[in-house]
Design a protein around this ligand. Structure first.
Ligand code: GAP
Length: 444
């Protein structure tokens, strides 16, 4: 058997659309550039991605969660530096009218020419602020401008003191949040890799100044293990220290994943110093200092941040999971089994229940079994076409187990459980099935 892994994004885009993971947004109107909707399987899987991250963070005694508003006081973005500095250099080609970012286009950087048509008739780079603006209330004047947040982090910084006091946390401790962010990217693309509306999973860990370098190291190790535990292979992950640091950062490294488009950022781990809390103290006039009871000292905590895009991790997990198993029989007939080998925690469906044939005496107990299992897990039911085709459909969406209720099941009260990766089948008593799946899904 030959195994082929994902080589191009287009294969994934097709599978995602066909099987209900991700659809182009507003497609009946021709779609909207770089906007995507998560379908029945995609929304379930995305929930699983978020749950895995949320659990990894908030199961810790030293991390609490919040859910801050997308719209924030506009001064927040002045204090954070986004109003003045969150911009990309934009260049227009006067010949082909294409617009591009001048800081990451090789042909521009080397030869100052258009990457699309090669023309040298270009505008000078001008700074383009990436924040989406809107107006609050009925008047559309400059006093009513609010921004769609470009990162979730600021919702954590402005709530730092309230979280610390209400949860009675001592430093070091962290605040975790999952939520939508918006950036008016000049060059979005590569499916859900870079979009203008996306979800972030960020955690800001507040530490005593001087302990920041050590916590930065610790969080790198914790985040690395998180990805390995979700089934990402070590050879597809690497750290890349930033060459140029952002205005707020003392240290920054990306966790990169080897996407079909090459090595790209999956997560940023940053030492943000006390920049954000200091800025918010300055602009709000409120103290965000921490009082250390034990040492009777006051200080502004430093922040180690781990920030990953939920959509980008979703994409990485899809890329990682995709494989085609190719077999050729003696007669030269080629068979391709497409499998999404998800970690069970991520798989949108944990098990599928089939009646062997479309007969009422099998359908009824199979449906009952589906209902029973669905109390605990996401379960599919399928009675259409041959059992082989049904297995293949589940393989293609990454379902770890298929459970078949056959004629023998009526008498022996047992079912056949088929494993996605090995395709091995086992007979399991109905009374033991719940425990069997529970153990299997945990120790996959
Ligand atoms: N608070 C820090 C911060 O936002 P970032 O590196 O700009 O850091 C963190 O963003 C993560 O958010 C990135 O590593 C990426 O996974 C995700 N992300 C950023 N921009 C994105 C976009 N336009 N589309 C999808 N994901 C994006």
């Amino acid at each position: 058997m030959q195994v082929k892994y994902l080589e191009d994004m287009q294969t994934l885009v097709g599978l995602c659309k066909q099987r209900g993971f991700v659809f182009p947004s507003s497609e009946i109107y021709g779609g909207l550039s770089s906007c995507w909707d998560y379908g029945p399987l995609g929304s379930q899987m995305k929930m699983n991605v978020k749950r895995a991250w949320w659990k990894a963070m908030t199961k810790r005694q030293d991390i609490v969660g919040i859910d801050a508003a997308i719209l924030m006081h506009p001064t927040v973005w002045k204090a954070s530096g986004h109003v003045d500095g969150f911009s990309d250099p934009l260049v227009d080609c006067k010949n082909c009218k294409q617009r591009f970012r001048s800081d990451n286009t090789d042909s521009y950087l080397e030869h100052r020419k258009c990457p699309f048509c090669g023309s040298k008739d270009l505008t000078e780079p001008r700074q383009f602020n990436l924040m989406f603006k809107t107006h609050m209330g009925p008047s559309e004047d400059s006093a009513s401008i609010v921004y769609l947040r470009p990162e979730t982090a600021q919702g954590i910084f402005v709530n730092f003191s309230q979280c610390q006091a209400s949860a009675r946390k001592k430093i070091p401790f962290g605040i975790a949040q999952i939520g939508k962010s918006f950036r008016n990217e000049i060059t979005p693309g590569n499916f859900i890799f870079r979009t203008r509306e996306f979800e972030q999973m960020e955690m800001q860990y507040f530490v005593k100044p001087g302990t920041d370098a050590d916590w930065f190291k610790q969080w790198k190790a914790i985040r690395w293990d998180f990805y390995l535990n979700l089934g990402i292979k070590e050879q597809n992950l690497r750290f890349l220290p930033h060459e140029a640091l952002a205005h707020y950062a003392k240290a920054a490294e990306d966790v990169q994943y080897r996407f079909p488009i090459g090595w790209q950022e999956l997560e940023g781990i940053h030492n943000r110093s006390d920049f954000d809390l200091s800025q918010h103290m300055k602009f709000s006039g409120k103290s965000l200092e921490y009082f250390d009871e034990a040492h009777k000292e006051k200080f502004i905590p430093w922040v180690i941040e781990t920030a990953v895009g939920c959509d980008r991790l979703f994409l990485a997990l899809l890329c990682e999971a995709y494989r085609e198993e190719i077999t050729v029989d003696e007669k030269g007939n080629k068979d391709i089994r497409t499998v999404l080998g998800f970690h069970p925690e991520i798989a949108p469906v944990k098990a599928a229940v089939f009646p062997l044939l479309k007969k009422p005496e099998l359908i009824e107990p199979a449906l009952r079994l589906r209902e029973e299992l669905a109390e605990t897990w996401e379960i599919h039911y399928d009675e259409a076409q041959s059992i082989g085709k049904r297995y293949r459909r589940q393989d293609e969406i990454g379902t770890p187990y298929c459970v078949t209720f056959d004629f023998d099941s009526i008498n022996d009260q047992a079912v056949t459980v088929r494993h996605r990766d090995t395709m091995k089948q086992e007979r399991v008593a109905l009374s033991a099935l719940h425990g069997y799946l529970q153990k299997g899904l945990k120790n996959f």
